[in-house]
Design a protein around this ligand. Structure first.
Ligand SMILES: Nc1ncnc2c1ncn2[C@@H]1O[C@H](COP(=O)(O)OP(=O)(O)OP(=O)(O)O)[C@@H](O)[C@H]1O
Ligand SMILES: [Mg+2]
Length: 501
């Protein structure tokens, strides 16, 4: 049977080759997963399929005809749609407007608001956003919700091929489940789906076939059931990963580094209290909307607090901790979950993005001169340590793959040497190999006596990494588990405990 979509010998180079002779095919009704390390070329391949980039060489065939999309619109006209890895919603438009950007329903030139709202409601319901007002500005949504809206936009039009580039990166398990249901339903109706993800368990659950890209080459395509997770990893990285990079056996001093008392921040956070010890990694678990990010933003001075005391090494810093800038001055760092808008200077070199935080102390000499050699050495050191895939450290951040951009933001915070480092979803979008390197680095920081907070939707990650896990539910801290005391079920039960059904 002829494939629905086929690529033959696709090549693409920027400074270096990114895709080399890629053959890939997709059948109608099939979910075909694409996996590979950060920078392997997954997004590039999909962007070419969706008309966002053009290949240097090679052919594409759609339903037996040559397919040469001039741009995204042409691809859509041919029935190929993509939900991008990076959020691309327009912040100051409403959800409904974003959903139907290209074809707003109108009558006599006026947008038909009632119809728009109705259609938006219907579309949002498909991804489970039944409670959300379509007239809300996208700006007001959290990252997870934005991602759901983005996916809803992709599902809202009929198509033959749907490309989903890391759709579950910002989703909780239950939202991901709902998405899988929709994806399967689409596949059953005959749509071919290309699915990119770093969650390999999820891939085994969802995909009919799995293809692995390594350094721009297609190394293998197998049916589900004919490849294990370990094999996938081996094909991805070209070697076996050492047994889960053993973390240190931290012995906690019990010395309190940061103490939060009765922290409240409208609209959700109520009377949150906890202690972070020196040398500890404290995890925060909870459902989407439980208030994990809001709690951290309030501590960091990014959101207003209406009550509570914050003590750092015994000193009350509540009054001084009124802005992110003040927080950083006090030695508190925050790796945000929304790295695109809050983290990177996209048009600037990788070098500068890493060293930015310390251009004014470490890297500047007495007369105010910048130590350029030292700056380069620092940046190159981090690129090596986190295995950032780039051609040189002068490459601009916007040209890095999604996962590599995240590594750069992380490097910047690790280099800043904070007393307390808050990480919100530190490994989102990061490939399996690099994840363990990040765990190791966080572990090292804790060993040095820093206090680390890790917010994560990946429970396994928290279980493996943390000394204790705090659980938030509906804006309240309901329980803090010690290592050994927890199970996944107990944590989930706590996460649901404050929800009214
Ligand atoms: N405009 C560009 N200029 C230079 N290099 C680029 C450009 N766009 C992409 N690249 C490079 O192409 C390579 C592949 O990137 P791509 O985004 O396809 O990776 P990916 O497999 O999707 O990774 P991730 O898992 O991190 O999303 C990267 O090394 C990236 O730096
Ligand atoms: Mg990508």
């Amino acid at each position: 049977m002829a494939a629905l979509l086929e690529t033959r010998g696709l090549c693409k180079s920027y400074a270096a080759p990114v895709l080399v002779d890629v053959n890939f095919d997709l059948q109608a009704g099939e979910i075909h997963a694409l996996v590979g390390e950060n920078g392997a070329g997954k997004s590039t391949l999909c962007n070419i399929v969706a008309g966002l980039r053009t290949a240097d060489k090679g052919e594409m065939w759609l339903e037996g005809h040559r397919y040469i999309p001039a741009n995204k619109r042409a691809a859509e006209a041919a029935g190929i749609r993509i939900v991008l890895q990076e959020l691309s919603l327009i912040n100051n438009l409403t959800i409904a407007e974003n959903l139907f950007l290209d074809h707003l329903p109108h009558r006599n030139g006026w947008i038909n608001r009632a119809r728009l709202r109705e259609a938006a409601h219907e579309t949002l319901a498909r991804v489970g956003l039944t409670e959300v007002d379509p007239d809300l500005l996208v700006n007001n949504l959290g990252v997870g919700q934005k991602q759901l809206v983005e996916i809803a936009a992709g599902l809202s039009q009929t198509c033959k091929v749907l490309v989903l580039d890391e759709p579950t990166a910002a989703l909780t398990v239950s939202d991901a489940e709902r998405l899988f249901f929709q994806v399967r339903k689409l596949a059953e109706s005959g749509v071919g789906i290309i699915y990119i993800s770093h969650h390999l368990e999820e891939i085994l659950e969802l995909a009919d076939r799995i293809s692995v890209l390594r350094d721009g080459q297609m190394v293998v395509t197998r049916r589900r059931g004919e490849i294990s997770i370990d094999e996938m990893i081996r094909f991805m990285v070209g070697r076996t990963l050492d047994e889960r990079a053993a973390l240190s056996q931290r012995r906690l001093s019990g010395e309190v580094l940061l103490k939060i008392q009765n922290l409240s921040a409208p609209p959700r956070i109520k009377e949150v209290s906890f202690e972070l010890h020196r040398g500890e990694i404290l995890g925060f678990a909870g459902l989407m909307g439980a208030g994990r990010t809001e709690t951290m933003r309030a501590i960091f001075g990014a959101d207003t607090r209406t009550g509570g005391t914050i003590l750092l090494e015994g000193e009350d810093i509540s009054a001084r901790l009124h802005s992110p800038k003040a927080a950083v001055r006090l030695g508190i760092g925050f790796l945000t979950e929304d790295r695109k808008s809050q983290g990177l200077l996209l048009p600037k070199a990788l070098r500068m993005n890493i060293t930015l935080a310390r251009l004014n102390d470490e890297l500047r000499g007495a007369a105010g001169w910048l130590h350029r050699d030292k700056e380069i050495a620092v940046a190159e050191g981090w690129v090596r340590q986190l295995d950032v895939r780039c051609s040189t450290i002068e490459q601009t951040a916007e040209n890095l793959s999604g996962g590599n951009q995240q590594k750069v933001v992380l490097a910047r915070w690790l280099y800043r040497n904070c007393r307390v480092l808050i990480c919100d979803e530190p490994t989102r979008g990061i490939d399996v190999g690099a994840k363990f390197e990040i765990y190791r680095l966080l572990d090292q920081l804790a060993e040095q006596g820093k206090g680390i907070i890790v917010v994560s939707s990946d429970l396994k990650e928290l279980l493996g990494l943390c000394d204790r896990i705090a659980v938030l539910s509906a804006g309240r801290l309901v329980k803090i588990f010690d290592r050994g005391e927890w199970t996944e079920d107990l944590i989930m039960a706590a996460a649901f405990s404050e929800l009214k059904v």
